[in-house]
Design a protein around this ligand. Sequence first.
Ligand SMILES: Nc1nc2c(c(=O)[nH]1)N=C([C@H](O)[C@H](O)COP(=O)(O)OP(=O)(O)OP(=O)(O)O)CN2
Ligand SMILES: [Zn+2]
Length: 118
Amino acid sequence: MVIFKKFAFDSAHFLPNVPDGHKCKNIHGHTYHLTVFLEGDLVEDLEWVMDFKDVKDVIKPIIDRLDHQLINDIPGLENPTAERITVWIWDQIKPQLPLLSKIELNETPTSGVVYDGK
Ligand SMILES: Nc1nc2c(c(=O)[nH]1)N=C([C@H](O)[C@H](O)COP(=O)(O)OP(=O)(O)OP(=O)(O)O)CN2
Ligand SMILES: [Zn+2]
């Protein structure tokens, strides 16, 4: 069974490597929406895959590093494409969430990334 939990954070960024004149070279902001998916069997008696609270306890400190920050200032995120941010999040949370199967990061209502670690 697959469970999911959603998070949101507001951050500024710019993309330093795009050509001059590209709109994303300018500093701008997004309300990012992160969804984390965890896959596993139901735990006997509890009848859940994992406590949503325990998921939040892992993700929240990562969100707090991004929320209301200029993402480019964070080591490893100097070129903060949605793809790069997604891998950065995955690399930090996967060791703490063995059941993690996929994450989805929406940068805008119409654009985003789905990543399963491959
Ligand atoms: N593959 C990627 N392409 C783009 C990224 C990215 O991270 N990966 N980032 C940007 C910009 O930062 C920003 O997200 C703009 O994206 P875009 O979808 O063009 O945003 P709009 O609000 O203009 O979208 P519309 O729905 O088309 O109005 C650009 N590309
Ligand atoms: Zn952007």
